[in-house]
Write a protein that binds this ligand. Structure first.
Ligand SMILES: Nc1nc2c(ncn2[C@@H]2O[C@H](COP(=O)(O)OP(=O)(O)O)[C@@H](O)[C@H]2O)c(=O)[nH]1
Ligand SMILES: [Mg+2]
Length: 396
């Protein structure tokens, strides 16, 4: 760090967009001299200096030289300038370096967020960067806009009139929603398990829409775990193909079977794939090892459409032709999220939020109303910090 950087008006720069792939990256420069410092680095297409651009004006130009990176620059306030450049790591990194050369210190957005560790809005911003579907982003955006904070305020209001019963009803509803809230930024893990050759790998490929796993008529082809990301009804899911469960002396396959058994225990949902053309009795002892959250899927329905089965509600699909895969996807989404939220619902979405809610609920269950109220009040106070860097207006 040089002396220039430490001067009071020098300001700071922060990459607002998440690192990694993206169409556009945005850097926020903050400081009383922001426009004057950025000005020599930015060549506006109009030829006018940035210092003369009014607040709110969007200016197109090049970075540093006539044939430099194309950028769009906006004075969002007297002391804030946004620079929008091409997405990805390289363009933004170069601009941040150039800004450092003129005394503007680069800061990490993540560091800034961690200064507001209890802030729901800061947590929502961080989760939003990891959200992979529009549906999950919308729910997180609702929380950013205050849905969860308002619900906590309502719970606090109930506590303030000693209505711990109402507070607990509301707390428990929130805790139920945490079952999907915790998966808004982290996909559900769905394991495909079953005997060798029933079509697990074929089904994984069909659900992903591309040939991720090797499919072969020889049993024992899949040994390692093979994963792929997708989404069902807008809910992000990681599919995990596993080795077919059977007794074997072959060491690599045996290691694969052990991994499959472990995945079966850890997964959020298990799809037990069975072969409709050979619904063997032996399969029944597999049922004992299944976790409660599982769906039986009868594959190869093209070979045995008329075969009677004990569980008529289980989806009958064909991994090869794709028959009934849409109903399987609907069953998966319905099993994972039986009651999806509606727009504006409060949803807790981090482990620490769930921990706080659980603790407050436990205190109420133990009759510790004063302590529960104090904890909630402290959490709500933490929501009243100023705007985060990059925030232009206060959410309603
Ligand atoms: N007729 C038919 N064959 C299938 C179907 N699904 C998979 N197969 C075939 O069954 C064999 C085993 O498939 P694979 O996906 O490797 O099974 P895995 O061992 O359970 O992973 C391959 O020859 C596939 O082409 C299906 O729905 N219908
Ligand atoms: Mg396989």
């Amino acid at each position: 760090m040089n002396a220039q950087v430490e001067s009071p008006g020098a300001g700071s720069a922060m990459l607002l967009t998440p690192r990694g792939r993206g169409a556009v990256a945005t850097i926020l420069v903050t400081g009383v001299e922001a426009a004057a410092r950025v000005n020599p680095l930015f060549l506006a297409a109009s030829g006018r200096p940035l210092t003369e651009a009014p607040v709110g004006r969007i200016v197109f130009g090049r970075w540093r030289e006539a044939l430099g990176e194309e950028v769009v620059v906006c004075r969002v306030s007297d002391s804030q300038i946004e620079i929008h450049c091409h997405g990805g790591e390289a363009a933004a990194a170069r601009i941040l370096r150039d800004l450092e050369d003129v005394g503007i210190l680069a800061r990490e957005c993540r560091d800034e967020l961690s200064n507001h560790a209890e802030s729901i809005r800061a947590e929502a911003l961080e989760a939003l960067a990891a959200a992979t579907t529009l549906r999950t982003a919308q729910i997180l955006w609702d929380q950013y806009r205050g849905a969860l904070r308002r619900e906590l305020t309502a719970i606090q209001a109930a506590l303030s009139v000693n209505d711990s019963q109402l507070a607990r009803v509301r707390l428990q509803l929130l805790l139920e929603r945490a079952s999907y809230g915790l998966h808004l930024a982290v996909p559900w893990r769905i394991a495909l398990v079953g005997r060798p050759n029933v079509g697990k790998s074929s089904l994984l490929n069909a659900l992903l829409g591309f040939g991720r796993a090797i499919v072969h008529h020889e049993p024992g082809t899949t040994r390692d775990l093979v994963t792929g990301l997708t989404a069902f009804n807008g809910w992000p899911c990681q599919l995990i193909d596993t080795a077919g469960l059977r007794e074997t002396d072959e060491p690599i396959e045996r290691a694969g079977v052990a991994l499959a058994a472990e995945t079966l225990r850890d997964a959020d949902l298990v799809l037990w794939i069975r072969d409709l053309s050979a619904p063997s009795e032996i399969d029944e002892d597999l049922r004992e090892t299944l976790p409660e959250r599982h769906v039986i899927v009868w594959n190869k329905c093209d070979l045995a459409a008329q075969t009677p089965i004990h569980d008529p509600e289980s989806p009958r699909v064909c991994a090869i032709s794709g028959v009934a895969l849409d109903s399987l996807m609907a069953v998966i989404a319905q099993t994972l999220i039986p009651e999806p939220p509606v727009a504006g619902d409060a949803v807790p979405f981090t482990a620490s939020q769930v921990e706080r809610l659980t603790k407050i609920d436990a205190l109420l269950a133990a009759g510790e109303l004063v302590e529960a109220t104090a904890r909630m009040a402290q959490w709500l106070r933490a929501q009243n910090h100023g705007l985060l860097p990059g925030e232009i207006c206060e959410p309603s």
